[in-house]
Design a protein around this ligand. Structure first.
Ligand SMILES: *Cc1c(COP(=O)(O)O)cnc(C)c1O
Length: 360
């Protein structure tokens, strides 16, 4: 397998040795052992602390797409209404996914280099009266961070909708208060800030979200249904990944040992450094304004004298891997991922100096 000396891809990020050590253990069956359920409970508690929530925490197997699907399938039936607040590929993706099973989805759309305007969302939500409103905290492909989650949460509750937020690539790396933002279902991935492999997903679920989930009663592998009972009943819908849950526990403890606000500052510093070095070498930020930029990932335009495949292969020759892009941003915008284990000023400096050499 090809390995790169400097990994600055915006997920999956490099897995630090302390976390990798979780896979060195040989466990018994997670279905049978009380010890596994203690680990599960403890991991729920640690997640609550980091995300600032009293809500239930559900930890499931599978990469984050599995819970993006779960959040839609468990709360919406065919014909019901979803309003997807979108300033990027993942925002719009919620509407596309919901339409595949007959949901009446509308998109409250903003440019990909912009962030949502809550007044426009309020107007759209009042007119459309959706059952669910989705939003994305960090639009990883655009390198933007939605600053108005608390207002969007208020709007959702004003119109009686559930508020579902994808914070897959932001939580742990920037300020996030799930309860203050009235988030009913929050979605967190493991291969971004948490620096695990893409093995698990973490969802926060409010009491009003559980009511809706029980009403819809969706049956399927990714369904949340039986997870509400898991901690009490010690009974899971499938065999859980003990090594992965242990890795998650280690990762959350590492953040708490560092301090949540210290981890946030580390991400902010790495992002500022990345933008400053980019500016010095003449790179143009993709987000319309610098204050829209996410602390976990920076998106730059591909400089005009290169195609993306040319730039990518020149960087790889020098040992640097960064992120390309998808959809309308493919070939136009590339990304430097400084989240989790990669939110490190020395690593960012090293990576950016290779970009400078290559584009000079
Ligand atoms: C990474 C990510 C996901 C999960 O998608 P994958 O590309 O399959 O990992 C979902 N939402 C956001 C915002 C992400 O950054």
């Amino acid at each position: 397998m090809e390995r790169y000396r400097i990994g600055l891809v915006p997920g999956p990020v490099s897995v630090p040795p302390e976390i990798r050590a979780a896979w060195d253990y040989d466990y018994a069956s997670s279905d049978l052992e009380d010890e596994f359920f203690s680990l599960y409970n403890d991991t729920q508690e640690l997640t609550r602390k980091i995300l600032r929530t009293q809500n239930d925490i559900v930890i499931t197997s599978g990469e984050a797409m599995s819970i993006l699907w779960a959040s839609l399938k468990c709360t919406l039936k065919p014909g019901e209404k979803l309003l997807a607040v979108s300033s990027g590929l993942f925002g719009e993706g919620f509407a596309d996914m919901a339409r595949t099973f007959g949901v009446n989805a509308e998109v409250c759309a903003f440019d990909y280099d912009d962030v949502p305007d809550p007044e426009k969302v309020r107007e759209h939500a009042r007119k459309f009266q959706p059952k669910v409103i989705t939003a994305v905290h960090c639009e990883t492909p655009s390198g933007t961070l939605t600053p108005c989650l608390a207002e969007l949460g208020e709007i959702a509750h004003e119109v009686g909708a559930l508020f579902v937020v994808d914070f897959v690539s932001s939580a742990g790396g920037c300020e996030l208060d799930v309860d203050a933002c009235s988030i009913d279902i929050g979605l967190l991935g493991c291969q971004k800030v948490l620096s695990l492999t893409p093995c698990l997903s973490v969802s926060t679920i409010s009491p009003r979200a559980w009511e809706v989930i029980e009403g819809v009663n969706y049956a399927g592998y990714e369904s949340y249904n039986s997870w509400r009972e898991v901690p009490a009943k010690h009974y899971m819908p499938y065999t859980h990944d003990w090594q992965a849950v242990n890795a998650l526990n280690i990762s959350l403890n590492m953040i708490l040992r560092e301090g949540v606000s210290e981890a946030v500052t580390r991400h902010k510093n790495a992002a500022e450094l990345c933008r400053a070095l980019g500016r010095d070498m003449g790179l143009k930020l993709y987000p319309k304004h610098e204050e829209f930029c996410s602390p976990t990932v920076t998106a730059f335009y591909v400089p005009e004298k290169f195609t993306w495949p040319e730039l990518d292969s020149l960087l790889r020759e020098k040992g640097l891997a960064v992120g390309g892009n998808y959809g309308v941003l493919a070939g136009k915008v590339f990304r430097v991922g400084h989240m989790g284990s990669q939110a490190d000023n020395d690593l960012v400096r090293e990576g950016m100096s290779i970009i400078r050499e290559v584009i000079a």
